[in-house]
Ligand binder design. Structure first.
Ligand code: NAD
Length: 268
């Protein structure tokens, strides 16, 4: 890929003050994009991400918004446009888990996860698409009018007992992404998903922080290692750049082979 493939393309990364979002924000900034680091809690963590990007020579600013709230999402976009003029890249990354056995799961656990993981992606994608349509293609920076990257999960296809709200939200993201890609493609807007497997972040500490949990997790990963947030950051740069210009409506699994049915590797 050419150096600075995202130069002149303002990007918004939701939930960028932690984990995967933080790594994606840094990777996009290193590729030349001015980046909005969205956060909902912990402004100090967002400021640290912004400082790190700036001290490496990149451009970044932090904006607070709860992605599940329409008024806050719209106000975030207004602030972004005042600072950077427009948006070329949205990374719909914010997400969370509220795990419970199905019969114990409260309506609040269900609605809360759906409101952040699915409604949040709808609200942020809609504002981005409105701006992409208004502006159209800016050929000096990209051959697409805009790119939307949805942070999905291997759980858009792997059922997950004890996490039905989360799995339903990611299954929803899959068809949100594909339907959007179909609807917006004639306007040269690309919409794709990144589907991480097990990535070492605060969301899943209990799955890798003890030797027993780690050994158990590794039985699910043919490639034999847990992923790092930077694995997702590198893929995000490619998917946001013109290097992937003919890729649209695709789920890119970044999972060390977790979706390869590893239970069958010894003849089932
Ligand atoms: P994380 O907990 O480190 O980061 C999640 C981020 O989302 C945090 O910054 C959090 O504050 C933010 N967030 C939560 N609710 C929000 C809201 N209402 N508005 C704005 N921001 C909000 O976890 P992570 O692992 O970095 O997760 C990032 C994304 O990757 C999520 O969508 C998650 O489902 C997905 N994912 C993670 C893994 C993994 O193994 N870590 C695997 C598959 C998918």
């Amino acid at each position: 890929m050419e150096p600075n493939p995202l130069k002149g393309q303002p990007a918004l990364v939701t939930g960028a003050n932690s984990g995967i979002g933080c790594a994606v924000a840094k990777a996009l900034a290193a590729a030349g994009a001015p980046v909005v680091v969205n956060y909902v809690v912990d402004p100090a963590a967002a400021d640290r991400v912004v400082d790190e990007i700036r001290s490496s020579g990149g451009q970044a600013m932090a904006i607070q918004a709860d992605v599940g709230r329409e008024d806050q999402v719209q106000s975030m976009y207004r602030k972004m446009f005042e600072a950077y003029g427009t948006i070329h890249i949205l990374v719909n990354n914010a997400g969370l888990q509220r795990d419970a056995a199905f019969v114990e799961m409260t309506l609040h656990d269900w609605e809360f996860v759906l409101s952040v993981n699915l409604t949040g992606q709808f609200l942020c994608a809609r504002e981005a698409a409105r701006e992409f349509l208004r502006r159209g293609v800016a050929p000096e920076v990209s051959c697409a009018a805009g790119k939307i990257l949805c942070m999905s999960s291997v759980h858009e296809v792997i059922p997950w007992a004890g996490h039905v709200n989360y799995a339903a939200s990611k299954g929803g993201v899959m068809l949100l992404m594909k339907s959007l890609a179909q609807e917006l493609a004639p306007h040269r807007i690309r919409v794709n998903s990144l589907c991480p497997g097990a990535i070492r972040t605060p969301i899943n500490v209990s799955a890798w922080s003890t030797p027993e949990a780690l050994a158990n997790l590794l039985t699910l990963i043919p490639y034999g290692r847990v992923g790092d947030p930077e694995d997702i950051g590198r893929a995000a740069v490619w998917l946001a750049s013109d290097a992937s210009d003919y890729v649209n409506g695709t789920s890119l699994f970044i999972d060390g082979g977790m979706t390869l049915f590893p239970g069958f590797s010894t003849n089932g």
